[in-house]
Structure formats: structure tokens, C-alpha cells
Ligand binder design. Structure first.
Ligand code: FEO
Length: 164
């Protein structure tokens, strides 16, 4: 049985992961519409990962006999200035998610909820991976510049990250 404060924060995190999934779906669509099919595919796949982050939290709530009480998910941004703008925003978003996970970890530890603390370690590792991934993409786009050829090659590179 989890403390109410922990259940509430886990519920909030579910909504944040769902928001991330929706944001990345919007970004994916923007990329496809603007000819960046590789980035579109990458972000579409990543949206599915974010959705799985939410369901993993829901499973934990179910396993601990805790109630899921979903709140409305904010409307994510859908218009972007450039491919660089998209990936700068993914990186900024991941930093926010890391902060939120760290706050949850802090709370679980301070309340001596070691089960939740242990469960959250997966998210700590995941955030490290995701920050590295998105920072890498953002930096490569910056380095490549904004010529059509560079953007085409960068899009192919991002497609390669999907393994498809
Ligand atoms: Fe679920 Fe990308 O954080």
C-alpha cells in the first residue's frame, strides 16, 4: 500500500508521460509534413515509448492496489520553426521530465518508500539515456547547418537511429 502523496505524484507522472507521447506525435506529424520522414518516423516510435512509460507507471499503481485517477492532458504545441527547433524542444522537454522524476525519487526516499524508490530507478536510467540521445541529435543538427543537403543527410541519420 502506497502513501497518498506518492500515489498522487505517480498519477501526475502518468499524465506527464502521456503529454510527452502526444507532443512527440505532433512533432512527428510536423516532420512528415515538412519532408523530414526520418525524423517523423523516429518521433513516432518515440511517442510509443513515452506511452509505454505511462503504462509502466499504471502497472505499478495496479500492482500496489493504488487508484489511477487520470487528469486532462494539456494540448501540446504543434507548430515548429525548423527541424532544429523540434529537437531543441524535445531536449528541453526531457530535461523537464528528468526534473520531475528526480522530485519523485526524492519524495519516495524522504518518505522511506523504498519500493517506489527502487521502481523509479528504471526511469532515472531512462532519462539519462534520453537526454543523451536528444542532446546528440540537437547538436548534430546544429553542426550540420541548414542547407537542404545537410538537412537531408541529418534526416537520414535520424532515420538510422530507429534501426529501420
Ligand atoms: Fe518518458 Fe522521454 O521521458
Amino acid at each position: 500500500m502506497l502513501l497518498d502523496e506518492i500515489v498522487k505524484k505517480l498519477n501526475d507522472q502518468v499524465v506527464k508521460e502521456m503529454y510527452a507521447s502526444n507532443l512527440y506525435l505532433n512533432m512527428s506529424s510536423w516532420c512528415y509534413i515538412n519532408g523530414y520522414d526520418g525524423a517523423g518516423m523516429f518521433l513516432f516510435e518515440h511517442a510509443k515509448e513515452e506511452s509505454s512509460h505511462a503504462t509502466k507507471l499504471i502497472t505499478y499503481l495496479n500492482e500496489t492496489d493504488s487508484l489511477l485517477v487520470l487528469k486532462a492532458i494539456d494540448k501540446p504545441e504543434s507548430n515548429f520553426n525548423s527541424l532544429l527547433d523540434v529537437f531543441e524542444k524535445t531536449y528541453e522537454h526531457e530535461l523537464k521530465v528528468t526534473k520531475s522524476i528526480n522530485e519523485l525519487v526524492d519524495l519516495a526516499f524522504s518518505l522511506k518508500d523504498y519500493s517506489t524508490f527502487n521502481f523509479l530507478q528504471w526511469y532515472v536510467s531512462e532519462q539519462h539515456e534520453e537526454e543523451t540521445l536528444f542532446r546528440g541529435i540537437k547538436d548534430k543538427i546544429s553542426l550540420a547547418g541548414s542547407s537542404d543537403t545537410s538537412l537531408y543527410l541529418i534526416d537520414e541519420y535520424i532515420k538510422g537511429l530507429t534501426g529501420k
